[in-house]
Design a protein around this ligand. Structure first.
Ligand code: SF4
Ligand code: SF4
Length: 222
């Protein structure tokens, strides 16, 4: 779908000079407006291209633990269903920049306003994406089930264990029987993930503790 010209802020020279810091940090968000139709087959076609994933966006904006499924440009090495993982470099970022022509880029990429100091403004925030995808939860849920043979809640719980394990394994030390965090070594994406993990503890305590226990056991074996 062709996007509104008003949301085109592209400045190729500036982005070339920057080297794509935004795309190195994370794939940009798709809007439902980026798709020709919201049928299962239309969404699946884009997901199967290898450049988009279904992700879970928590309602951290209102301090709720609920989440909605959204679509985001896929991170390197990530799966088509990547519900809970650290943001990382977008698969569509190549040596010469984004593989998509300007008008075909996801809304999140087109709505970034490049700035000279590279403190670019994002006009299509995670919060807007979260709200825009609300009417399409059923079709995304069907896709999660199609790809993973699990419901999104089950898959998310599996992902939370894995993320808690990886974060704790890479960023904690063991003192006696306890783990202590070394948060100063976090990347920006890991910090964001750590904050989200903390926010969802009331609903995912068992999974977070399981992941951290697995990390502790592995660290003790060293
Ligand atoms: S939008 Fe900003 S961060 Fe992204 S490539 Fe352009 S200048 Fe860099
Ligand atoms: S799809 Fe293109 S604009 Fe969006 S993050 Fe990936 S490389 Fe950047």
């Amino acid at each position: 779908m062709k996007i509104d010209e008003k949301s085109l802020y592209i400045n190729h020279d500036l982005c070339k000079a920057c080297g794509g810091k935004c795309c190195l940090y994370s794939g940009c968000s798709y809007s439902p407006r980026d798709f020709k139709g919201m049928s299962l087959s239309s969404l699946k076609e884009r997901l199967d291209s290898g450049y988009a994933s279904i992700v879970a966006q928590f309602d951290v904006f209102e301090h709720n633990i609920s989440y909605h499924l959204c679509v985001r440009s896929r991170g390197l090495g990530r799966d088509v269903v990547d519900l809970f993982s650290a943001k990382n470099t977008c698969t569509a970022l190549k040596q010469d920049g984004c593989i998509f022509p300007d008008e075909m880029r996801p809304h999140g990429g087109l709505s970034l306003v490049p700035k000279e100091n590279f403190q670019c403004e994002n006009h299509y925030t995670d919060k807007i994406a979260y709200q825009e995808w609300i009417p399409y939860q059923k079709v995304l849920e069907r896709l999660v089930r199609l790809y993973t043979k699990m419901g999104s809640e089950e898959k998310l719980r599996e992902d939370v264990i894995q993320v808690a394990y990886l974060l704790a394994y890479q960023h904690t030390g063991v003192k006696g029987e306890r783990l202590f965090w070394r948060t100063d070594g976090f990347s920006r994406a890991e910090r964001e993930l750590f904050d989200t993990l903390n926010a969802i503890i009331p609903s995912y305590r068992k999974e977070i503790e399981l992941g951290m226990t697995q990390a502790k056991n592995k660290l003790l074996q060293k």
